[in-house]
Design a protein around this ligand. Structure first.
Ligand code: PRP
Ligand code: ADE
Length: 184
């Protein structure tokens, strides 16, 4: 994130993220963004930051990752004047989909996109709350690549650096930027 992200804004956002130990399972420190969503000043400041990144990187579409990514990405798309496209967990989209499996800590999961929602003319900004292991973002980038669209970047509120998601998605980014407002 560049100098336009003031330290005061970062501090405000960080103060609105609640740590919940041992959720959803023992050993996980869950980063709960509901206090941030409940504060219109903080939510508005984060939306402004993401809009600025969409503009800077020339996005034509905003992709949100289910479910918390939907909440953050939708107001960005509206404010930036761009279309919103959901990447959903498998089995939720009614039309013709592309699907991508990915590995979780234990087992596998799958995400899907409506194939007709993106085309080769699009440059896509992917928005989510957390980059952890990078599995969700990596699968989503692969889906976007398969539609023929370009990736303008991935923007997240929080990067959990110790889980090395940045390294995992490096090749899928193909040179596009990963922007994290807060790195922990
Ligand atoms: O980098 P990763 O290890 O893939 O983890 C990050 C993902 O995990 C969380 O979503 P989750 O699947 O818990 O879904 P939710 O937003 O529906 O709660 C988070 O919102 C990211 O999408
Ligand atoms: N620690 C965490 N907190 C919130 N969301 C997450 N997604 C993956 N790891 C997470």
């Amino acid at each position: 994130m560049n100098t336009a992200t003031t330290e005061a804004t970062r501090e405000l956002l960080l103060s609105r993220i609640r740590d919940v130990p041992d959720y959803p399972k023992p050993g996980v420190l869950f980063k709960d963004i509901t206090p941030l969503l409940a504060d219109p000043v903080a939510f508005g400041a984060l939306t402004d930051l993401f809009v600025e990144l969409c503009t800077r990187h020339g996005a034509t579409k905003v992709v949100g990752l289910e479910a918390r990514g939907f909440i953050l990405a939708a107001p960005v798309a509206v404010r930036a004047g761009l279309g919103f496209v959901p990447v959903r967990k498998a089995g939720k989209l009614p039309g013709a989909t592309l699907g991508q499996m990915y590995e979780l800590e234990y087992g596998t999961a799958e995400v899907e996109i409506h194939a007709e929602d993106l085309s080769a003319d699009d440059r896509v900004m992917v928005i989510d709350d957390v980059l952890a292991t990078g599995g969700t973002a990596q699968a989503s980038l692969e889906l976007i690549r398969r539609t023929g669209a370009q990736v303008a970047g991935v923007s997240v509120l929080m990067e959990l650096g110790f889980l090395s998601g940045r390294e995992r998605i490096r090749s899928a980014l193909a040179g596009a930027p990963l922007e994290a407002v807060i790195t922990l």
